[in-house]
Ligand binder design. Sequence first.
Ligand SMILES: [Zn+2]
Length: 199
Amino acid sequence: MKALLFSGGLDSSAIAWWLKPDLCVTIDYGQHSAGGEMAASTALCEIIGLKHRAIKVDLSALGSGSMAGKAVAAGASAAEFWPYRNQMLVTIAAMKLMPEGVNEIMLGAVSTDRHADGKSPFLRSLDRTMSVQEGGMRVTAPARKMSTVTLLKNSAFPYSLIGLTFSCHVHEFACGQCSGCTKHRECVEHAYGRPGGRA
Ligand SMILES: [Zn+2]
């Protein structure tokens, strides 16, 4: 069984539409945007017809950067940097889902990701780390060679669902100003040639 880490953002929404995973999993780990991610992912799964699972585990005390409402960590490449975020998310999902028969976790990483934990060397390492353990869990990122704009086009994600997606880093409602909201607006305008609207 394949599970997709699903935030309700453009990248994971396009992958959900494109590959129709057996399960989409959204994790509320205490990030400020959790309420918006959960609402978006729940609505999108219902409309697309995909199984959805929510996991809640409050790690806000361990986070840093704008997603945690705290100072940015030394060495961060962007304000939203949350140290070790992707390995944390994959591990939490795998802890819950491996016993239920999931043997592949998909990430929504794309070629334009700035953080090291969205790039190929990390993704290969994490795949190996997970797969040598019990359950043989694989970690894949099917869109890692595509930009968000290319992914939206290749997946044929419908413009009519864009309004349900959510990319804000700092609030449960789209702030319209953070890098997540800005990227959302720009990518939608480039992919569809139509307004990016809310984020
Ligand atoms: Zn925002």
